[in-house]
Design a binder for this molecule. Structure first.
Ligand SMILES: *Cc1c(COP(=O)(O)O)cnc(C)c1O
Length: 821
């Protein structure tokens, strides 16, 4: 047990006035980086500033950790293979309340805060929504005072950097660590051995009913922790994001080197190296590679060893773990943790199988993020067995327990038993990670109301019948610090001047803005802010892409991963139809519109990459046609990431949330746009439904099939060809694309893509086209009526405070984790 050492001298908390900050920055530059302030480069200033900020965080960090121990409180461990945290400097300075002081301090040194801020690399340790959610949750847990650790992998190269060459996506490595990472602290003392492969042997006591086994891994490596402090709003709590890196086991390597096995030693070292190198650039389909399973086990094992060690150190008895630790699995990527916890408890802490289960199951919670069958992780049994032989045994043992219970207590039939089983026996035998996560957790949650309902009806129908209390909903949220205060200080300023500061601590207090929605003086200010943010985006597009964009046009934005279910294709086809109409009826009163797209496609996802090329091909033709000059422009903005989102969200007039109903679990981009005063055009999918409930039917443009209607159409009787032929706009747009109007260099480039719509139209692009097209014309009409437009968009900002991740985290805390913040 650790004692409070009250006799140690206390460090003096750092002062925060600009003069002290400036002096310290120069000191860091000189004595830490060894640079002359007169010759320092912008990167040197950035590193010095981050160092100075860090010092103001560390006191709170140590205090936050100590308080939790002293109070014997429960902690949350959030396990996620992705944390899409983006830049941290502005977030930390702003949450510390030092924005003005830091700006002044730097100005006194002749340095502009906003310029060096741009130099900080985006920590792109995630693909999209799932990783960004983990980042918002970390910030909200610190804000609402939940003691928490985030656990993940410190990828050397995060998500790939996207360039567009001749309209095609090109993937380049993201070297975010090139200038070092001043935010992280290496913790060599927190290192754990991670094994793979090898054999499992009985213990000496075997035969006496002992459940323990001895696993002798064939390969071992070391996981070492890197900690990054996560500052909550007003900096009252600072939590830890602990990311693992892999290194070879030194003594063995040295032995092998000394024994002359240089190549063997090098191979080991490369193996460790490659483990934490790449983030799998897939978001909705599993990377089937062995390396992915290795990553999943690597970070799960390191995290659980860390959690168990800490518990034993402070509380002594591993049996009390569920009272002191809540482990949340962000999707199935860390689901092997269930088996790893059982292994640690049985093999290393001498619990029986049943005792271990009684500790494991109440400790874990699992969040499901997708219903797409291709995205539900499964691993071939032979691979799982070869890499994790002991865990395979435990999976079988858990499965036996589960299936006996299903048959004996719940009287389930063979079909239901086969669906519940942790092993998929149809075809090649595979381990179902979602079923393992479900069985091993006391709570299973979806991320929006519709998604949770569909979970009960589809993927987990039988498990839900067996454990009807287990599934619950926690609708996603976003942190209003990053997604309103920091990315839109202009709007934040206007809101403070209009409704006071309460909303800074309670986002739902934005509802006070409702009273100003029809106030023309307020609308004028709201519009001025929007125009300023659109001008800022236009500037960025001019600098990066050499484009000239009129900020007074309607900015219609779809930014998210490129995926067929998200239906960027529907948006592009509609743009082609609109283009055609503008050319045929130039006399009509068209509303100038800029359609902006952004998003990465998984490198192996052929159709997604083709959709990017199509957007660029269509853009080239439309943007160069004098007949539509000033009325319609298409832009594909390369390398969508958190920092780009921070510029684009506040600049949107129209937010495109047009997924095929039933396929988007929640979405969080939809929330960021609405908070910044954009109107949503969207389907009744994911959290759009709840956004509609909050903002009101009058203040959102809903169109298209419902999830139920999509399911009914797919079940039979849907003839897309007939639908296409029934719509002149759609058939003309499709045949233009199919016949090569936009791809004269390769006329058949899009033939297969359009054939897919004619043949089966799985994503209901044709089925929803007319409704979407009509809704877009209603958007035009509304845009032309300025008071009506701003009355609606102001109400969006006013009414979406509920979608703060602070609310989401409070719900997790009280309903899943058993913590009342
Ligand atoms: C919010 C966000 C997402 C998620 O967007 P969706 O529209 O919900 O898919 C993805 N990437 C980045 C960079 C984000 O900020």
């Amino acid at each position: 047990m650790i004692k409070a050492v009250s006799t140690l001298p206390k460090p003096t908390p750092r002062a925060t006035d600009p003069a002290v900050l400036a002096a310290e920055i120069v000191e860091r530059l000189t004595y830490r980086s060894g640079k002359n302030a007169a010759a320092a480069k912008p990167h040197d200033w950035l590193a010095a500033v981050i160092n100075v900020i860090r010092d103001r965080i560390i006191d709170r960090w140590i205090a936050s950790t100590q308080e939790t121990y002293d109070e014997g409180g429960k902690r949350v461990y959030y396990l996620s293979l992705e944390f899409l945290i983006g830049r941290l400097m502005r977030d930390a300075v702003s949450n510390l309340g030092l924005m003005d002081e830091m700006r002044q301090a730097l100005a006194s040194l002749g340095v502009q805060l906003d310029l060096i801020r741009e130099l900080e690399p985006d920590a792109a340790l995630g693909n999209g929504g799932l990783g960004r959610l983990a980042a918002c949750f970390m910030e909200s847990m610190a804000t609402v005072d939940v003691p928490a650790y985030g656990y993940g992998i410190r990828y050397v190269n995060g998500m790939f950097r996207q360039e567009i060459h001749d309209g095609w996506q090109v993937e380049l490595p993201e070297t975010w660590l090139a200038h070092g990472n001043p935010w992280e602290f290496e913790r060599r003392e927190s290192s754990y051995e991670i094994g793979f492969g090898g054999t499992v042997e009985p213990t000496a006591a075997d035969g006496s009913g002992d459940d323990a086994r001895i696993w002798k891994p064939g390969e071992r490596l070391i996981a070492t922790a890197y900690d990054t402090p996560v500052v909550g709003w007003r900096a009252e709590r600072v939590n830890t994001l602990r990311l693992w890196t892999a290194t070879p086991i030194d003594p063995i390597l040295l032995d092998r080197f000394n024994a002359g096995d240089h190549l063997g030693a090098l191979a080991e070292s490369n193996k460790a190296d490659s483990l934490a190198r790449v983030l799998y650039p897939a978001d909705s389909n599993p990377a089937g590679q062995e390396l992915r399973l290795r990553q999943e086990y690597f970070f799960s094992s390191a995290s659980l060893q860390d959690i168990v060690r800490r518990h034993i150190q402070y509380f002594g008895d591993i049996r009390t773990l569920p009272e002191k630790a809540a482990i949340q699995l962000n999707d199935t990527h860390p689901a092997v943790s269930i088996a790893e916890m059982m292994r640690l408890l049985i093999d290393e802490h001498d619990l029986s199988f049943d005792e271990a289960w009684a500790v494991t199951q109440p400790t874990f919670g699992y969040t499901n993020h997708t219903l797409l069958p291709e995205a539900l992780e499964t691993w071939p049994v032979p691979l799982f067995e070869r890499l994790l032989p002991r865990h395979m045994q435990l999976v079988y043992a858990i499965n036996a327990k589960l299936l006996i219970q299903a048959r004996r207590e719940k009287n389930m039939d063979d079909r239901a038993i086969a669906a519940i089983s942790l092993i998929d026996e149809t075809g090649e035998r595979r381990v179902r990670m979602a079923n393992l996560a479900f069985a091993g957790s006391h709570s299973v949650n979806g991320v929006a109301a519709l998604h949770t309902e569909l979970m009960k009806q589809t993927v987990f129908a039988d498990l839900h019948r067996m454990f009807p209390e287990r599934i619950n909903n926690k609708t996603n949220g976003v942190t209003p610090r990053r997604w309103l205060q920091q990315c839109n200080p202009e709007l934040t300023g206007l809101l403070r001047e209009t409704i006071g500061d309460t909303f800074l601590d309670d986002t739902e207090a934005l509802s006070a803005l409702d009273a100003f929605a029809d106030d023309s003086a307020f609308q004028a200010k709201f519009k001025a802010v929007k125009l300023a943010k659109k001008a800022a985006l236009s500037n960025l597009l001019r600098e990066r892409m050499g484009l000239k964009i009129d900020p007074t046009a309607l900015f219609d934005i779809q930014i998210k991963r490129i995926h067929e279910y998200k239906r960027q294709l529907l948006n592009i086809i509609e743009a082609v139809a609109l283009y055609d109409q503008i050319r045929s009826h130039p006399e009509k009163d068209w509303q100038p519109r800029v359609k902006l797209f952004g998003g990465k496609a998984a490198p192996s996802y052929h159709n997604a990459k083709l959709i990017i090329k199509l957007a660029n091909d269509v853009a080239r033709v439309i943007n160069h046609d004098p007949a539509v000059q000033g009325l319609l422009k298409i832009v594909f903005v390369p390398n969508y990431n958190v920092s780009l989102a921070e510029v684009m969200m506040p600049a949107a007039d129209l937010s495109e949330q047009i997924s095929t109903a039933g396929m988007e679990a929640s979405g969080t981009g939809n929330m960021k746009f609405a908070l910044n005063g954009a109107l949503t055009i969207g389907t009744l999918d994911g959290a759009n439904i709840e956004i509609k409930d909050h903002v009101g039917d009058q203040n959102i443009m809903i169109f298209g099939l419902t999830a139920e209607e999509v399911a009914a159409k797919r079940a039979g009787g849907y003839n897309p060809r007939e639908t296409i032929e029934g719509s002149r706009e759609l058939s003309q747009a499709l045949s233009a694309i199919a016949s090569g109007v936009f791809s004269p260099d390769d006329r058949d480039r899009y033939r297969a893509l359009t054939d897919g719509i004619y043949d089966h139209d799985w994503f209901m692009v044709a089925a929803d086209f007319e409704a979407y097209h009509t809704a877009q014309r209603a958007v035009d009409a509304l845009w032309a009526d300025e008071p009506a437009w701003y009355s609606k968009t102001v109400r969006n900002t006013a009414r979406v405070g509920w979608f703060s991740s602070d609310r989401t985290i409070r719900q997790y805390a009280s309903e899943i984790w058993g913590i009342l913040p």
